[in-house]
Design a protein around this ligand. Structure first.
Ligand SMILES: [Mg+2]
Length: 240
């Protein structure tokens, strides 16, 4: 039986539209390097995110983060910096950390220091799907702000006009079928008419459990996937 026609496409970012190395060797180190100077030069604007970091710090239960002091102001900023470093060392999915990273990246993209990296077939495919009237969305664990920045400031120009939806983990975890059901209802298509593309088998299994069509993205720099039963694509040229 042929698969139903595709009415919408949902794409993962890391390992799918974008080399994993861009995130691990460019974005994350950029945020870490610019952290102290950013907090010092945006003191008033960062008061809210420092408050949120402080609240998260005080709720740490499992491990002991570096100590925190609120006064003087320099000590408060140093406390925030040390705690953010500590969170990044552990790859923790802290909402305040993500917010702060997003703001630092925004500065970097605006100044032209950061340029969003996508595989060369990605802008071509986005244009093709646009002409075919197939809307496209992103589902990534990176925040919606981080997603928009990457595609707005890509080497191929502003690609956000090709993206109708941005989903982050506010919709649910990427390994949970329920997240894909929520996406299908937001997209307003039957799950069977939605194609989800990712490099992670666990995510594809969850999307399939929700009824979606799937493709496993094999890109340079990706880890070898465990045994799976998803059709493989090495470029978006293979997705008509
Ligand atoms: Mg990925």
């Amino acid at each position: 039986m042929p698969a139903p026609a595709v009415h919408a496409i949902i794409l993962d970012i890391e390992g799918t539209t974008t080399p994993i190395a861009f995130v691990t060797t460019r974005l994350f180190p950029y945020a870490r390097t610019h952290l102290t100077s950013y907090l010092n030069s945006h003191r008033a604007a960062c008061a809210d995110v420092i408050d949120r970091l402080r609240a998260e710090h005080h709720q740490e239960a499992d491990e002991s983060p570096p100590s925190w002091s609120d006064a003087p102001e320099e000590a408060r900023i140093r406390s925030a910096t040390e705690y953010v470093d500590w969170l990044m060392d552990r790859d923790r999915k802290s909402p305040a950390l993500k917010e702060l990273q997003g703001r630092i990246w925004k500065d970097g993209y605006r100044s032209g220091e950061l340029i969003g990296e996508v595989f060369p077939d990605v802008p071509v495919a986005l244009g093709r799907w646009h002409r075919l009237g197939i809307p496209v969305g992103i589902f990534s664990s990176g925040s919606v702000l981080a997603q928009q920045l990457l595609f707005r400031h890509s080497a191929a120009g502003d690609l956000t006009r090709f993206l109708r939806w941005h989903f982050d983990t506010a919709v649910g975890a990427k390994g949970e079928p329920e997240s894909y059901r929520r996406i299908a209802s937001a997209v307003d298509a039957a799950p069977e008419q939605i194609l989800f593309v990712s490099d992670i088998v666990r995510e594809l299994d969850a999307a399939r459990a929700a009824g979606m069509q799937t493709r496993l993205s094999e890109r340079p720099g990706n880890a070898t996937p465990p045994k799976h039963h998803h059709p493989v694509v090495r470029t978006f040229d293979q997705i008509p």
